[in-house]
Ligand binder design. Structure first.
Ligand code: ZN
Length: 60
């Protein structure tokens, strides 16, 4: 199940540009901490979260 449609937190906008990330893995701990009401779908041009990338690469 884990790989999912890309999403990001509305709070990414308050971080420095190089730290903004999006998530695309439902098992990602950071992504799971984002409350549903703060999630937006898509990448918003942000890079992929490293935890999501590792999970995607391992097929988790
Ligand atoms: Zn993530």
């Amino acid at each position: 199940m884990p790989k999912t449609a890309p999403f990001y937190s509305v709070n990414e906008a308050s971080k420095p540009a190089e730290k903004r990330v999006h998530h695309d893995n439902s098992a990602c701990a950071t992504g799971r901490e984002i409350p549903v009401n703060e999630r937006r779908s898509g990448t918003n041009g942000y890079r992929l979260c490293l935890d999501c990338k590792e999970r995607d690469d391992k097929g988790q």
